[in-house]
Design a protein around this ligand. Sequence first.
Ligand code: IDP
Length: 139
Amino acid sequence: MAIQTTFLMVKPDGVKRQLVGEIVDRFERKGFELKGAKLIQITEELAKKHYAEHAERPFFGELVEFITSGPVFAMVWEGENVISVARLMMGATNPAESAPGTIRGDFSTTLSHNVIHGSDSLASAEREIGLFFNENELV
Ligand code: IDP
């Protein structure tokens, strides 16, 4: 049994479409525990740090523009194998390929507007939680 923490974020499209409650509900019902959450407007500087691994990709500019286009709902969740289980619940990156029943499968059709971000490893969870939250914002 591995108790982990992960960083999840409802992207600007999900916030605009009022999917925050639905998404929080899914992770709560699954049995994960919310450790911190906030609605924030990401700066360009934070967006570039968050997506640094994609800096050389042709869609990097579009990615930064989109993630800074409106508020996001940033969260830290804890639970058993939460990093990989949350990724399963999110569905494949491309909503055209994500299974029905997953968040992206149920709520999106567009790769660039795929509703939710979730850390993909222990190292990225630690890095992303540190980018978005101070220790005193987590319980
Ligand atoms: P992930 O969000 O499932 O971890 P990543 O490969 O880390 O997927 O990509 C980050 C985000 O970049 C994706 O969620 C998606 O919205 C966006 N993205 C990935 N590939 C493309 C692309 O080819 N064009 C536009 N946006 C893309």
